[in-house]
Design a protein around this ligand. Sequence first.
Ligand code: NAD
Length: 256
Amino acid sequence: MLKGKTALVTGSTSGIGLGIAKALAAQGANVMLNGFGEVEAAKAEVAALCVAVGYHGADMSQPGEIAEMISACQSQFGALDILVNNAGIQYVAPVDEFPVERWDAIIAINLSSAFHTTRLALPGMKARGWGRIINVASVHGLVASANKSAYVAAKHGIIGLTKTTALETATTGVTANAICPGWVLTPLVQKQVDARAAAEGVSNEEAKRRLLAEKEPSLQFTTPEELGAMAVFMCSPAADNLRGAAINMDGGWVAQ
Ligand code: NAD
Protein backbone atom coordinates (compact mmCIF):
# COMPACT_ATOMS: atom_id res chain seq x y z
CA MET A 1 0.00 0.00 0.00
CA LEU A 2 2.86 2.45 0.76
CA LYS A 3 5.33 1.36 -1.92
CA GLY A 4 7.24 4.40 -3.22
CA LYS A 5 6.47 6.51 -0.15
CA THR A 6 9.10 7.61 2.36
CA ALA A 7 8.47 7.73 6.11
CA LEU A 8 10.57 9.51 8.70
CA VAL A 9 9.96 8.20 12.23
CA THR A 10 11.66 10.14 15.02
CA GLY A 11 12.86 8.16 18.03
CA SER A 12 12.62 4.88 16.13
CA THR A 13 15.58 2.94 17.53
CA SER A 14 13.33 1.31 20.14
CA GLY A 15 9.82 0.92 21.49
CA ILE A 16 6.83 2.46 19.75
CA GLY A 17 8.83 4.28 17.07
CA LEU A 18 10.52 1.06 15.94
CA GLY A 19 7.13 -0.71 15.94
CA ILE A 20 5.62 2.00 13.72
CA ALA A 21 8.68 2.04 11.42
CA LYS A 22 8.37 -1.73 10.92
CA ALA A 23 4.62 -1.55 10.27
CA LEU A 24 5.09 1.15 7.60
CA ALA A 25 8.00 -0.79 6.06
CA ALA A 26 5.84 -3.92 5.95
CA GLN A 27 3.50 -1.90 3.68
CA GLY A 28 6.44 -1.05 1.39
CA ALA A 29 7.44 2.42 2.65
CA ASN A 30 11.11 3.34 2.71
CA VAL A 31 12.03 4.48 6.18
CA MET A 32 14.44 6.97 7.71
CA LEU A 33 15.14 6.09 11.33
CA ASN A 34 16.24 8.44 14.08
CA GLY A 35 17.15 8.07 17.75
CA PHE A 36 19.98 6.91 19.97
CA GLY A 37 21.17 3.53 21.24
CA GLU A 38 20.83 0.33 19.24
CA VAL A 39 20.94 1.94 15.78
CA GLU A 40 22.38 -1.01 13.80
CA ALA A 41 19.90 -3.50 15.29
CA ALA A 42 16.96 -1.21 14.46
CA LYS A 43 18.22 -0.68 10.90
CA ALA A 44 18.57 -4.43 10.41
CA GLU A 45 15.02 -5.11 11.68
CA VAL A 46 13.54 -2.62 9.19
CA ALA A 47 15.84 -3.63 6.31
CA ALA A 48 14.66 -7.24 6.77
CA LEU A 49 11.30 -6.02 5.40
CA CYS A 50 12.97 -5.37 2.00
CA VAL A 51 12.71 -1.59 1.93
CA ALA A 52 15.39 1.10 1.76
CA VAL A 53 16.44 2.23 5.23
CA GLY A 54 18.25 5.41 6.22
CA TYR A 55 19.28 6.81 9.57
CA HIS A 56 19.94 10.28 10.89
CA GLY A 57 21.15 10.85 14.44
CA ALA A 58 19.62 14.31 14.93
CA ASP A 59 19.10 15.24 18.57
CA MET A 60 15.43 16.25 18.66
CA SER A 61 16.15 18.99 21.18
CA GLN A 62 18.26 20.80 18.55
CA PRO A 63 16.33 22.67 15.80
CA GLY A 64 19.45 22.94 13.60
CA GLU A 65 19.99 19.16 13.67
CA ILE A 66 16.28 18.58 12.93
CA ALA A 67 16.57 20.77 9.82
CA GLU A 68 19.62 18.76 8.68
CA MET A 69 17.67 15.51 9.17
CA ILE A 70 14.70 16.69 7.09
CA SER A 71 16.91 17.78 4.21
CA ALA A 72 18.95 14.55 4.44
CA CYS A 73 15.71 12.54 4.18
CA GLN A 74 14.51 14.55 1.20
CA SER A 75 17.83 14.29 -0.64
CA GLN A 76 18.37 10.58 0.14
CA PHE A 77 14.84 9.42 -0.75
CA GLY A 78 13.60 12.28 -2.97
CA ALA A 79 10.67 13.13 -0.68
CA LEU A 80 9.23 12.96 2.81
CA ASP A 81 5.65 11.66 2.59
CA ILE A 82 4.91 10.31 6.08
CA LEU A 83 6.19 12.10 9.17
CA VAL A 84 5.83 10.31 12.49
CA ASN A 85 6.69 12.52 15.45
CA ASN A 86 7.41 9.95 18.11
CA ALA A 87 10.65 10.78 19.99
CA GLY A 88 9.92 11.38 23.63
CA ILE A 89 11.35 11.27 27.14
CA GLN A 90 9.82 11.21 30.60
CA TYR A 91 10.73 12.58 34.02
CA VAL A 92 8.65 12.19 37.15
CA ALA A 93 8.64 14.72 40.03
CA PRO A 94 6.18 17.09 41.74
CA VAL A 95 5.87 20.42 39.93
CA ASP A 96 7.52 22.42 42.70
CA GLU A 97 10.51 20.07 42.69
CA PHE A 98 10.70 19.60 38.91
CA PRO A 99 14.26 20.33 37.66
CA VAL A 100 14.13 23.28 35.25
CA GLU A 101 16.49 21.62 32.77
CA ARG A 102 14.26 18.48 32.69
CA TRP A 103 11.22 20.66 31.96
CA ASP A 104 13.08 22.37 29.10
CA ALA A 105 14.29 19.05 27.66
CA ILE A 106 10.82 17.45 27.74
CA ILE A 107 9.17 20.46 26.08
CA ALA A 108 11.93 20.56 23.43
CA ILE A 109 11.93 16.82 22.61
CA ASN A 110 8.26 15.89 23.15
CA LEU A 111 6.69 19.07 21.70
CA SER A 112 8.89 21.64 19.94
CA SER A 113 10.62 18.98 17.81
CA ALA A 114 7.23 18.18 16.21
CA PHE A 115 6.75 21.86 15.35
CA HIS A 116 10.16 21.92 13.64
CA THR A 117 9.72 18.68 11.68
CA THR A 118 6.17 19.67 10.68
CA ARG A 119 7.04 23.17 9.49
CA LEU A 120 9.91 21.77 7.41
CA ALA A 121 8.08 18.75 5.98
CA LEU A 122 4.80 20.47 5.08
CA PRO A 123 5.88 22.49 2.01
CA GLY A 124 7.01 19.33 0.17
CA MET A 125 3.87 17.40 1.17
CA LYS A 126 1.61 20.24 -0.01
CA ALA A 127 3.55 20.55 -3.29
CA ARG A 128 3.09 16.80 -3.96
CA GLY A 129 -0.56 16.89 -2.87
CA TRP A 130 -0.25 14.02 -0.38
CA GLY A 131 1.18 13.66 3.10
CA ARG A 132 0.59 12.13 6.50
CA ILE A 133 1.64 13.65 9.81
CA ILE A 134 1.19 11.26 12.72
CA ASN A 135 1.96 12.58 16.17
CA VAL A 136 2.50 10.04 18.92
CA ALA A 137 0.88 11.85 21.82
CA SER A 138 -0.40 9.91 24.84
CA VAL A 139 -3.40 9.53 27.10
CA HIS A 140 -1.50 12.27 28.91
CA GLY A 141 -2.47 14.55 26.02
CA LEU A 142 -6.09 14.05 27.13
CA VAL A 143 -5.92 13.67 30.91
CA ALA A 144 -3.24 14.30 33.54
CA SER A 145 -1.41 12.23 36.13
CA ALA A 146 0.37 13.66 39.17
CA ASN A 147 4.13 14.23 38.98
CA LYS A 148 4.26 14.41 35.17
CA SER A 149 3.77 18.17 34.63
CA ALA A 150 6.20 18.62 31.73
CA TYR A 151 5.10 15.45 29.95
CA VAL A 152 1.39 16.24 30.34
CA ALA A 153 1.94 19.84 29.18
CA ALA A 154 3.93 18.67 26.14
CA LYS A 155 1.39 15.97 25.21
CA HIS A 156 -1.60 18.33 25.55
CA GLY A 157 0.44 20.75 23.41
CA ILE A 158 1.13 18.23 20.65
CA ILE A 159 -2.59 17.47 20.36
CA GLY A 160 -3.15 21.23 19.91
CA LEU A 161 -0.45 21.32 17.24
CA THR A 162 -2.09 18.33 15.52
CA LYS A 163 -5.48 20.09 15.40
CA THR A 164 -4.02 23.35 14.06
CA THR A 165 -1.98 21.53 11.40
CA ALA A 166 -5.10 19.57 10.39
CA LEU A 167 -7.11 22.77 9.97
CA GLU A 168 -4.42 24.47 7.93
CA THR A 169 -4.22 21.46 5.57
CA ALA A 170 -7.91 20.57 5.59
CA THR A 171 -8.47 21.20 1.87
CA THR A 172 -5.27 19.41 0.80
CA GLY A 173 -4.15 15.79 0.54
CA VAL A 174 -2.15 16.20 3.73
CA THR A 175 -3.65 15.00 7.01
CA ALA A 176 -2.49 15.36 10.61
CA ASN A 177 -3.66 13.12 13.45
CA ALA A 178 -2.48 11.98 16.86
CA ILE A 179 -2.35 8.55 18.49
CA CYS A 180 -2.77 8.47 22.28
CA PRO A 181 -1.42 5.24 23.78
CA GLY A 182 -1.99 4.15 27.35
CA TRP A 183 0.75 2.04 28.94
CA VAL A 184 3.12 0.38 26.44
CA LEU A 185 5.90 -1.78 27.87
CA THR A 186 8.91 -0.01 26.30
CA PRO A 187 12.22 1.09 27.89
CA LEU A 188 10.51 4.40 28.84
CA VAL A 189 7.90 2.58 30.93
CA GLN A 190 10.21 -0.20 32.16
CA LYS A 191 12.07 2.54 34.10
CA GLN A 192 8.80 3.43 35.86
CA VAL A 193 8.12 -0.28 36.57
CA ASP A 194 11.63 -0.66 38.04
CA ALA A 195 11.17 2.45 40.21
CA ARG A 196 7.85 1.13 41.49
CA ALA A 197 9.23 -2.34 42.23
CA ALA A 198 12.06 -0.76 44.25
CA ALA A 199 9.83 1.77 46.06
CA GLU A 200 7.15 -0.79 47.00
CA GLY A 201 9.49 -3.77 47.56
CA VAL A 202 7.64 -5.99 45.05
CA SER A 203 8.63 -8.09 42.04
CA ASN A 204 8.79 -6.71 38.51
CA GLU A 205 5.62 -8.63 37.58
CA GLU A 206 3.73 -7.30 40.59
CA ALA A 207 4.92 -3.74 39.83
CA LYS A 208 3.56 -4.10 36.26
CA ARG A 209 0.23 -5.39 37.58
CA ARG A 210 -0.09 -2.47 40.02
CA LEU A 211 0.84 0.06 37.31
CA LEU A 212 -1.87 -1.26 34.99
CA ALA A 213 -4.49 -1.69 37.73
CA GLU A 214 -4.21 1.97 38.69
CA LYS A 215 -5.15 3.39 35.26
CA GLU A 216 -5.84 0.82 32.55
CA PRO A 217 -9.09 -1.17 32.96
CA SER A 218 -8.08 -3.81 30.36
CA LEU A 219 -5.08 -4.69 32.61
CA GLN A 220 -3.10 -5.13 29.40
CA PHE A 221 -0.32 -3.11 27.82
CA THR A 222 -0.97 -1.61 24.38
CA THR A 223 1.71 -2.98 21.99
CA PRO A 224 3.99 -1.25 19.45
CA GLU A 225 2.46 -3.60 16.83
CA GLU A 226 -1.08 -2.33 17.58
CA LEU A 227 0.15 1.27 17.36
CA GLY A 228 1.94 0.44 14.08
CA ALA A 229 -1.33 -0.89 12.67
CA MET A 230 -3.07 2.39 13.61
CA ALA A 231 -0.33 4.37 11.84
CA VAL A 232 -0.83 2.21 8.72
CA PHE A 233 -4.58 2.87 8.89
CA MET A 234 -3.90 6.63 9.13
CA CYS A 235 -1.87 6.34 5.90
CA SER A 236 -4.62 4.42 4.08
CA PRO A 237 -7.23 5.91 1.70
CA ALA A 238 -9.89 5.09 4.33
CA ALA A 239 -8.31 7.81 6.49
CA ASP A 240 -8.27 10.52 3.80
CA ASN A 241 -10.81 12.53 5.79
CA LEU A 242 -9.51 11.70 9.27
CA ARG A 243 -8.22 15.13 10.26
CA GLY A 244 -7.18 16.50 13.62
CA ALA A 245 -8.23 13.35 15.50
CA ALA A 246 -6.61 12.19 18.74
CA ILE A 247 -7.29 8.45 18.91
CA ASN A 248 -6.77 6.79 22.26
CA MET A 249 -5.52 3.18 22.36
CA ASP A 250 -5.43 2.85 26.10
CA GLY A 251 -7.38 -0.15 27.40
CA GLY A 252 -10.18 2.16 28.58
CA TRP A 253 -7.98 4.63 30.51
CA VAL A 254 -9.79 7.82 29.43
CA ALA A 255 -13.24 6.20 29.28
CA GLN A 256 -13.38 6.27 33.10
P1 NAD B 1 11.50 4.60 24.19
O1 NAD B 1 12.33 5.14 25.30
O2 NAD B 1 11.48 3.14 23.93
O3 NAD B 1 11.88 5.30 22.81
C1 NAD B 1 12.14 6.65 22.73
C2 NAD B 1 12.87 6.91 21.42
O4 NAD B 1 13.18 8.31 21.36
C3 NAD B 1 14.21 6.16 21.34
O5 NAD B 1 14.44 5.80 19.99
C4 NAD B 1 15.21 7.23 21.79
O6 NAD B 1 16.53 7.00 21.27
C5 NAD B 1 14.58 8.45 21.16
N1 NAD B 1 15.02 9.71 21.73
C6 NAD B 1 15.04 10.09 23.04
N2 NAD B 1 15.56 11.32 23.14
C7 NAD B 1 15.86 11.73 21.88
C8 NAD B 1 16.43 12.90 21.33
N3 NAD B 1 16.81 13.93 22.09
N4 NAD B 1 16.61 12.96 19.99
C9 NAD B 1 16.27 11.93 19.18
N5 NAD B 1 15.73 10.79 19.66
C10 NAD B 1 15.53 10.70 20.99
O7 NAD B 1 10.04 5.19 24.47
P2 NAD B 1 8.60 4.82 23.92
O8 NAD B 1 7.80 4.38 25.08
O9 NAD B 1 8.67 3.97 22.70
O10 NAD B 1 8.09 6.28 23.56
C11 NAD B 1 7.87 6.73 22.25
C12 NAD B 1 6.80 7.81 22.27
O11 NAD B 1 5.57 7.24 22.72
C13 NAD B 1 7.12 8.97 23.19
O12 NAD B 1 6.72 10.18 22.59
C14 NAD B 1 6.26 8.67 24.41
O13 NAD B 1 5.92 9.84 25.10
C15 NAD B 1 5.05 8.05 23.75
N6 NAD B 1 4.22 7.24 24.64
C16 NAD B 1 4.74 6.16 25.28
C17 NAD B 1 3.90 5.43 26.11
C18 NAD B 1 4.38 4.22 26.85
O14 NAD B 1 3.63 3.72 27.70
N7 NAD B 1 5.55 3.70 26.57
C19 NAD B 1 2.57 5.80 26.29
C20 NAD B 1 2.08 6.91 25.62
C21 NAD B 1 2.93 7.62 24.78
